[in-house]
Design a protein around this ligand. Structure first.
Ligand code: S3P
Length: 173
């Protein structure tokens, strides 16, 4: 069975690439539990991600993110939707790789721009939105590429179910 071999699957990629929607579908296919890291942090701290950034700053959020990356990586049979910045920190990548495989969902910037238009939930994009988005996207794409074990391209806005199936098929030994 795939689930016995692969252990956790961590989805990474830029904000808006579909980690949560695709992750939920993938978890169903694998009969795994889906965990969204941001939601997990919000439940743990009883604060929204926006409030954590606003009241405690990004570095505090990053500490929480690492705690959660380590905690979740010690469990098994999880599909984990990581935050867009999670794999930028080596400690998180080490934890994720100890617990399973990292899958990068690659989506072109044009699609990301459309998806994030009007979004107010991502603290990093609240000011200078487009400029920051382009800068972060260009900085991060090489990192996603270098840390991932598997890369799936969704260049044509495919349905989450189809992308999940493609990931599933790539997990087969
Ligand atoms: C972040 C992405 C967000 C969230 C936080 C920081 C980032 O998650 O973790 O706002 O640094 O890219 P999503 O990728 O799920 O939006």
């Amino acid at each position: 069975m795939v689930s016995d071999i692969m252990n956790n699957i961590v989805l990474c990629g830029f904000m808006g690439c579909g980690k949560t929607t695709i992750g939920k579908q993938l978890a169903k296919l694998l009969n795994y539990k889906f965990i969204d890291m941001d939601k997990f942090i919000e439940e743990k701290t009883k604060m929204t991600i926006s409030d954590i950034f606003k009241n405690h700053g990004e570095s505090y959020f990053r500490k929480l993110e690492t705690e959660v990356a380590v905690e979740l990586s010690s469990q098994s049979n999880l599909v984990i939707g990581s935050g867009g910045g999670a794999v930028l920190k080596e400690d998180n990548v080490i934890a994720f790789k100890n617990g399973g495989k990292i899958v990068f969902i690659e989506v072109p910037l044009d699609i990301i721009k459309k998806r994030l238009t009007g979004d107010r939930s991502r603290p990093l994009l609240l000011e200078n939105k487009l400029e920051t988005m382009i800068k972060l996207f260009n900085e991060r794409e090489p990192v996603y590429n270098s840390v991932c074990d598997i890369k799936i391209k969704n260049i044509d806005n495919k349905e989450p179910k189809l992308v999940a199936l493609e990931i599933f098929n790539n997990l087969k030994p």
